[in-house]
Design a protein around this ligand. Structure first.
Ligand SMILES: *[C@@H]1O[C@H](CO)[C@@H](O)[C@H](O)[C@H]1NC(C)=O
Ligand SMILES: *[C@@H]1O[C@H](CO)[C@@H](O)[C@H](O)[C@H]1NC(C)=O
Ligand SMILES: *[C@@H]1O[C@H](CO)[C@@H](O)[C@H](O)[C@H]1NC(C)=O
Length: 479
C-alpha cells in the first residue's frame, strides 16, 4: 500500500520533470540586468509570452559584464559593492539553482567579461587597463597583465576560442592569442600582442566576431561614429562604416551578414556587410543603411535571438523587433533602471537539471581566485613542480591543500576572526613544510648531478684522447 503511494509520487515527479523539459525545449529566454544599483538584480523573461520567468536579486553589472557560461551558469561582474576597499567581485549563479551564487572577490572592480565557448576560461578587464584570465573549473587566476593603458570596455573571444580581442576607452584594440596567455613559463612578463590598432578616435563600445564566407572577421563600434571591420587573422582593416552619431552598441545577424548599430540618439542602423574579394576601405552608409526608430534614449545593448533583434535603451525599455517590417513586436518596461546587459539563454537551462537531480557530468565551476597562485608567480618553480615523478606524492597533496587554504584566506580577508588567524598560521606552517621538502629534493638532485659530473671528469682524465668524441662513445668506456 505504502509502496504504491511512493510509486505514484515518483511517477508524478517524473511526469512533471518531463513536462518542464518539454516546455523548455528550444524556447529562449532573455536575461537582462542594469548597472544602476545592486537592488535591481537580474530578470529573466520569456521572449514568446513576454512573461517574467525568474528574478535574481543583488546584481549590478557594467556593460559587457554579464555572460552565460555553457548554458548552465550566469556570470556577472559587480560594478558597485559595498564594503570592498577598491576591490571588486564576480558572482556566478547556477541557472537551475540561482538562490545560491558563488561570490568571488577580485583585486579591483571588473567591468567587461568574456568566456570561451567551451566554458573553460573567463577573462575580465578593469578600469586600470589590467586584464585577468581565470580557469573556470578550479578557479585559478592564470594570468594578470597590463593589457591597455586606459579603461577596458569590451572583451570577446573569437568563435574558435583561439584569440582574445579587447577594446578600451582610448579607442585602442588589442588582440592576443589564448595560447600565449596560457603560457605559464613567462607568466611574469607581458604576453606578446598579436594585433594592435589605434584607428578609432574614441571609446570602443562593442566588439563582435563573425565569419564572412571563408574569412573570419570582427567588427568594432565606437563613440567616434564609426564601425570598423577587421580581418581577424591578419588584423587588417577591411571596411569603415561612417554614421552621423556615436555608436553605442552593435550586434549581428547569426546567419546573414547584417550589422545592427545602435546610436546615442536611439536609432538603430542596419547594414549589409558586403565582405567581398574587393576591399572597400571606406563605406559611408547613409545611402545603404536603413534605420529602426523606436527608442527615445541612447541604445545601451543589442542582441539577437531566434525571435529577432532585441534592443535596450536608456529610455528604460527594451524591444523585440520585426526587422523586415521595421516595427517593434513587443516592448518591455524595465522601470528599475536602463538595461546595460542582455543575454539570450536556452529556457531548458532553467529546468533541465532540476534541483532534485544530479547530472553526473555537470560542468564544474569554482570560486575565482583573487591572487595568482605561487606555482605561477615563481618562474623557476614551474618546471620543478612538473617533475612530479621526482616529487613524492605527499608534497603534491600538500601543495594542493595549500591552494585551497590560500583561497579561503583571501576570500574572507576582511574578517580577521581567530579561526582565520589559525588558518593563516597553519598555512604558513604548510608553506614551510613545502619549502623544506622542495629544498631536500633540490639538494638530492644536486648530489646526483655532482656525482655525475665527477664521473665525467674522471672519465676524461682516464681517456684524454676521447675529449672530442661524441657522448655516445664516452658511455662505452668502462668505469
Ligand atoms: C536549447 O536546448 C535544446 C535541448 O537541450 C537544444 O536542442 C537547442 O539546440 C538549444 N537551443 C539553443 C539556442 O541553444
Ligand atoms: C601604453 O603606453 C605605452 C607608452 O606610451 C605605449 O608604448 C603602449 O603602446 C601603450 N599600450 C597600449 C595598449 O595602448
Ligand atoms: C518617446 O517620447 C515621446 C514624446 O516625448 C513619447 O510619446 C513616447 O512615448 C516616448 N517613447 C518611449 C519608448 O519612451
Amino acid at each position: 500500500m505504502f509502496a504504491n503511494y511512493i510509486y505514484v509520487y515518483i511517477y508524478i515527479c517524473v511526469c512533471q520533470l518531463f513536462l518542464l523539459m518539454e516546455m523548455g525545449k528550444n524556447e529562449e529566454a532573455l536575461v537582462v540586468c542594469s548597472d544602476r544599483s545592486t537592488g535591481v538584480g537580474i530578470t529573466i523573461w520569456d521572449m514568446k509570452t513576454g512573461e517574467q520567468l525568474l528574478h535574481i536579486p543583488t546584481c549590478a553589472a557594467a556593460p559587457h559584464g554579464l555572460l552565460c557560461l555553457r548554458n548552465q551558469f550566469l556570470v556577472a561582474s559587480q560594478s558597485n559593492r559595498h564594503g570592498s576597499f577598491g576591490g571588486g567581485s564576480i558572482f556566478i549563479w547556477p541557472l537551475n539553482k540561482p538562490q545560491s551564487p558563488l561570490r568571488s572577490y577580485t583585486m579591483e572592480a571588473i567591468g567587461p567579461l568574456s568566456c570561451t565557448k567551451d566554458g573553460l576560461y573567463i577573462a575580465g578587464g578593469a578600469s586600470s587597463g589590467n586584464a585577468y584570465l581565470w580557469e573556470v573549473a578550479n578557479g585559478r587566476l592564470l594570468r594578470t597583465w597590463h593589457a591597455h593603458n586606459k579603461s577596458l570596455k569590451c572583451m570577446v573571444f573569437s568563435d574558435d576560442d583561439s584569440l582574445l580581442i579587447c577594446g578600451s576607452t582610448d579607442g585602442i584594440i588589442c588582440v592576443w592569442s589564448l595560447i600565449s596567455l596560457l603560457d605559464v613559463e613567462d607568466s611574469g612578463s607581458s604576453p606578446p600582442l598579436l594585433h594592435y590598432s589605434s584607428e578609432h578616435r574614441s571609446s570602443i563600445t562593442g566588439l563582435v566576431t563573425m565569419s564572412a564566407g571563408a574569412r573570419s572577421i570582427f567588427v568594432s563600434s565606437s563613440l567616434d561614429g564609426t564601425c570598423k571591420v577587421w580581418d581577424l587573422i591578419s588584423g587588417r582593416l577591411l571596411q569603415t562604416h561612417v554614421y552621423p552619431t556615436s555608436i553605442t552598441a552593435i550586434t549581428h545577424h547569426p546567419v546573414e551578414q547584417l550589422l545592427f548599430s545602435g546610436s546615442v540618439d536611439g536609432k538603430i542602423f542596419v547594414n549589409m556587410l558586403d565582405i567581398g574579394l574587393v576591399e572597400d576601405p571606406l563605406v559611408t552608409t547613409e545611402d545603404q543603411a536603413f534605420e529602426l526608430k523606436g527608442h527615445n534614449g541612447s541604445i545601451t545593448a543589442l542582441t539577437f535571438s531566434g525571435f529577432g533583434l532585441i534592443s535596450a535603451s536608456e529610455d528604460f525599455t527594451f524591444c523585440l523587433w520585426d526587422t523586415i517590417n521595421r516595427v517593434v513586436i513587443r516592448r518591455f518596461n524595465h522601470k528599475k533602471g536602463a538595461v546595460t546587459n542582455m543575454v539570450v539563454i536556452n529556457q531548458s537551462a532553467l529546468f533541465s537539471m532540476s534541483n532534485h537531480r544530479r547530472v553526473p557530468n555537470q560542468f564544474r565551476v569554482s570560486l575565482l581566485q583573487k591572487y595568482p597562485q605561487p606555482s605561477n608567480s615563481g618562474k623557476g618553480m614551474v618546471p620543478f613542480l612538473s617533475l612530479s615523478a621526482c616529487l613524492n606524492k605527499q608534497t603534491a597533496t600538500n601543495f594542493q591543500g595549500n591552494n585551497l587554504l590560500h583561497h579561503l584566506i583571501f576570500d574572507s580577508e576582511r574578517e580577521k576572526t581567530p579561526a582565520m588567524m589559525q588558518m593563516k598560521m597553519e598555512k604558513s606552517i604548510d608553506d614551510r613544510m613545502l619549502v623544506t621538502s622542495m629544498t631536500k629534493h633540490v639538494m638530492e638532485m644536486n648530489k646526483h648531478l655532482q656525482s655525475r659530473l665527477l664521473d665525467m671528469m674522471q672519465c676524461r682524465l682516464l681517456c684524454p684522447h676521447e675529449t672530442d668524441s661524441p657522448p655516445k662513445k664516452k658511455r662505452q668506456t668502462p668505469d
